[in-house]
Design a protein around this ligand. Sequence first.
Ligand SMILES: Nc1nc2c(ncn2[C@@H]2O[C@H](COP(=O)(O)OP(=O)(O)OP(=O)(O)O)[C@@H](O)[C@H]2O)c(=O)[nH]1
Length: 683
Amino acid sequence: MLAGLIVSLSNASLAQQMPNADLSSELNTALEEHENSPDQLAQSLKFIYAKAILDNNLYIAEQALYLRALNLLYAQQFDEYQNWLAVYKSFYRQHNNAKTKFYIEKLELTRLFYQLDSLSLIQRGEALLQEYNVQDLSEKTDQGELSIHITDIADVINFIGLAEQDLGSYDSAIERFTNALEIYERSGDKEKVAVVYGNIATVNAAIGDLDTAMEYNEKSIEISLVEESIYGYFQNMANQASYNISKKNISSDGESKKFYRNQAESILLDVKNDDRLEQYPRIKSDILYWLTYLYLDDGNLTLGESYLSDLYKSIENRGEQGYLKQVKELEAYLLLEKGNFNKALDIYQDALSFYLDNKKYDKALVTLQDLIWATERQQDHEKSIDYLKQYVDLMGQVFNEKRAQVLAVEQEKNNAKLREHKIALLAEQNRSAELKIANRNLWLKMSSVIAVLIILIIWLRLRVKHKLSEQYQKMSYKDALTNVGNRLFFHEHIERELAKVLRARDRQSDQRLALIILDIDHFKAFNDQYGHDAGDRVLIEFAARLNSSIRETDLLARWGGEEFVIAGNVSNQQETSNYINRILTAINSKPFYIAGKKHSISCSIGAVAYPFFTEAEKEPKWTSLLTLADFALYRAKNTGRNRWCLFENTGIKQHDSLQAIIDQKVSVEQALLSKQITAIESE
Ligand SMILES: Nc1nc2c(ncn2[C@@H]2O[C@H](COP(=O)(O)OP(=O)(O)OP(=O)(O)O)[C@@H](O)[C@H]2O)c(=O)[nH]1
């Protein structure tokens, strides 16, 4: 149909019949008049485009093209958008210029944003900023040679920030928003400033800093009021209510709970009673959603039920399956409160299947929490545990996927430091990462992410908490990449292992504990040559081989980077050597297959066996022993790598000798020379 339109537009005789209106003001009028009716705006833009082509007014033609495409994206009509984009591209081919290319790509970024394809958005957005050499934004002016509006560049930065937020790269997102904010402020684009304040608020809410979220959201509300941006005002008010609800849920004292609850209620009722809300059906639904939620949570089932029925009406014919499922889950909550377990469980189960089919894992996680909670209330502990298992599995899966995406994002920025920081942050904060992941995505489409938090909190209140905490605990002991223990895990268990050995010594048993540090050889070179992903796979395989070469009762942990530690029981020196040999062989005796290629990977090993001092060290520090093992590792590295070195005590009997060596009062070399320590090494 559009193709037909273009053909008829190029008909010159038609051009002569068209009135030569002032297209620019026509465009502005259309934008003002049809601000709230996308269909009419679409029609007007089509006409304006047609007239502009006939008048050969390329400037207006392009604006109409761009706005119409944007309009289709806002309306989520992606097929029609693609058709229209094709028109825009053909326009570009005819009037090839860098500015048009920029705006076409900006449209594509908008599409990726609406389709939640955050990774592509970041890649293409970065490429766009680079292509247009937007390095020193402070130098860029609206009068630059491309005459790309500076705020359009800020829009791109803002989009990248939203995508990063979507993927859980919260620090980067804040950085982008701050950058965009500075540009909008400089250009005096107040509405955009308000939008960015709102974005900064949502990131803060996602990481659980509700006070900052509320502060930024307030600023956004203030500006929206001054600028008379009703949509922005309502949206922010809905957000503000949800932040208050979250604050209420995490407050421990009754006074604060009441305060935040009342704040939320008054905001929601204020907006609900505003006639202008009718123009914004999506926000109206959000407001009704939170009102329903608030009253159900109060235990006021009558009011909750009545708002629920309004909510259903408000989303009738909207055909948004995802939103509908979420509303149904509110209904399930109501059913549970009324004791109708089976129907509630059916709803949750149905929602779960839907989310899993559509890969909406965040929501699936929340629904699984509901299912755990519901089955627990039903006293069906077996089912509850089943759901709990599903929950933990899914959480691990999501976590890994997100981690991979975050890595890709960071690689895109080619900022290794930031990337490692992120990995470390993610790995060490499994629990908070889980919350962040669960909170992901939803803000971008609706202000319901706080529901995650709220449902989580209600559910915690209903005592399922302790079971999950156990699982969280387990997960927080795991290294996210290799799935073996992490430092925390090692710290938690090593004391117990030492105590066992000490007790054995008291019984005159010769049981010892070998403390072993392993470090992959030339790993940096491997990373540099084959890439970080391949390096990651080496780490995973390396850890797996270590795991299968030790006994189940031994401790294995990733100490950091490409360093691992093992603590295993041994009896005499020969057995210790055999034990370490076995581990080294597991690594270097057969190649690693990474991405279909063979690689020889080796490692160096440093070890000590405890008790290191046969007669002293009543209260030994395992950290000192580990430091000594590190010296042994250093020696193994220095004497050629792919080997091991074990430090044995031969002469020291003083209580504080080990610490003295570590503290360099007596250097390790000296101790070796004077044979206080013996180094036994691989052949
Ligand atoms: N792929 C990947 N690399 C990592 C990870 N953590 C640390 N590294 C890399 O491991 C490398 C460690 O390098 P170095 O400490 O210089 O040691 P090396 O190259 O192994 O050399 P030697 O230990 O002396 O044999 C660095 O390049 C880190 O970036 C990770 O999680 N994944």
